[in-house]
Write a protein that binds this ligand. Structure first.
Ligand code: PGA
Ligand code: ZN
Length: 441
């Protein structure tokens, strides 16, 4: 049974307040969750609630939010059963009912997701299971029920964000994330090694070029460049300098342009001094794919440009992964709409975008039912919480992005995956690409 919930105001990696949830069961089992926070957020994300106190933390405090929610949650949830895996869905449903809005505007999605993550951890601990195993079991039950394809637990291909721009850096680079993805690595540990070696080579190349780079929010370098092709050239040089081969079967590149950031208010996109309509921007992406080993593009268009997205997927979806982040916000209903419209062929998965673990798993199940891929993701504001590492393994989705192979809040996730990889009792294997999908009859 759930005995007590404690909610604490702590700091995230950007120095902004966020929520920690401590949950205690009456058998003495305890679990903690620390909640991440985005900067380039989608308009339909669950609501991250902050205090209305401009004198504290520049108006970003969560002390009152935590205080109010703690009282309300203890009133309503103390004594609830929290033991079996199925109790997680019941608790998440109760959180949704208690909140009473459709996007956690009352409790705050930052509070709700922390409670939900801590509850999942507590159940796993009670069953002496690794968290990834519990998440796998809960997801698979759902996947079976809706007749989706089952995915075995797998260590994901890590996507290291080594050059930062957009809302995550103070340079003029319009694209937000330039990631290296060791798709051809023989093991997870080899993938991490490749990522770190390339990161260091890239640093040396930037120093040599006379542009000692700052860092962006996700630990990638933030060189003073403004042209995405210059960043891509740097990636290719760094991959080669580290002794690897750039290519779709070796070290590939993934982009998150986060196009909301250069979407023009009146329509179209402003990029590198040019104005593009969706079709022109898709031509630009097509030219990049010709020249560089890009295998995945996330948020290539703005979150409201549904028609543009369908065109993008129609034109490039058979060649690369097209990932929807801000357009779907990990929302199963929006993903369903996207599936119906041919909007993308993959969804980004962020637990705090939707507010509960159950809804997050539902979003993944919807992807699997449609033959879409899912990519588990951190936020630009992070903590040392490693929940998403276990989520990626349990979901068996084969891919995770958690920033650079540097900085504690980013490496916490990669290190947790190295720990799972080293655990001889873990059945999780490394995701060769593409991830094998076993379809149930
Ligand atoms: P955010 O960015 O965490 O700042 O929203 C991450 C992303 O766009 O994928
Ligand atoms: Zn994104």
């Amino acid at each position: 049974q759930l005995q007590r919930i404690k909610i604490i105001e702590i700091l995230d990696s950007r120095g902004n307040p966020t929520v920690q949830v401590n949950l205690r069961l009456d058998q003495g089992t305890t679990a903690i969750a620390r909640v991440p926070s985005g900067a380039s957020t989608g308009g339909r994300e669950a609501v991250e609630l902050r205090d209305d106190e401009s004198h504290r933390y520049l108006g970003r405090g969560v002390r009152t939010v935590a205080h109010n929610a703690e009282a309300e949650l203890n009133n309503r949830l103390a004594g609830r059963p929290l033991q079996e895996p199925s109790d997680l869905a019941a608790l998440d449903a109760e959180l949704t009912t208690l909140d009473g809005t459709d996007r956690f505007a009352h409790l705050g999605a930052n509070v709700a997701v922390g409670v939900s993550m801590a509850a999942a951890r507590a159940i796993a601990t009670l069953h002496k299971q690794p968290l990834w195993q519990l998440l796998h079991d809960v997801l698979n039950e759902r996947v079976d029920r809706i007749g989706a394809a089952e995915h075995a637990p797998r260590l994901p291909v890590p996507h290291f964000n080594v050059i930062n721009g957009g809302a995550h850096a103070s340079n003029d680079l319009p694209f937000q994330e330039f990631m290296i993805a060791p798709l051809g690595a023989p093991s997870f540990a080899d993938a991490v090694r490749a990522g770190a070696e390339i990161y260091h080579r890239l640093h040396a190349i930037l120093i040599e070029s006379g542009d000692p780079p700052g860092l962006g929010d996700e630990g990638g370098f933030a060189p003073r460049i403004d042209d995405p092709t210059v960043a891509l050239d740097l990636l290719v040089r760094a991959i080669e300098a580290a002794g690897y081969t750039p290519g779709p079967n070796q070290i590939a590149i993934a982009l998150d342009p986060a196009a909301n950031g250069f979407h023009h208010e009146g329509g179209g996109y402003d990029l590198c001094g040019e104005h593009y309509e969706a079709g022109g921007l898709i031509d630009y992406y097509a030219s990049l794919i010709e020249r560089y080993p890009i295998w995945s593009v996330e948020d290539g268009l703005a979150e409201d440009d549904w028609d543009g997205w369908s065109l993008l997927t129609h034109r490039l979806g058979s060649r690369i992964q097209i990932v929807g982040d801000d357009i779907f916000c990990t929302n199963p209903q929006l993903i369903k709409r996207g599936i119906g419209n041919g909007t993308a062929n993959a969804a980004l998965i962020k637990v705090n975008q939707i507010g509960t673990v159950t809804q997050t798993l539902e979003a993944i199940a919807q992807c699997y039912r449609a033959g879409w891929r899912a990519m588990v993701s951190h936020r630009s504001g992070e903590t040392d919480d490693t929940f998403i590492a276990d989520l990626a393994v349990g979901a068996g989705c084969g891919q995770l992005k958690s920033g650079a192979p540097a900085r504690g809040e980013r490496t916490a996730k990669y290190n947790r995956l190295l720990e799972i990889a080293a655990d001889e009792s873990a059945t999780a294997t490394f995701a060769a690409w593409p991830p094998p999908v076993t379809r149930r009859a």
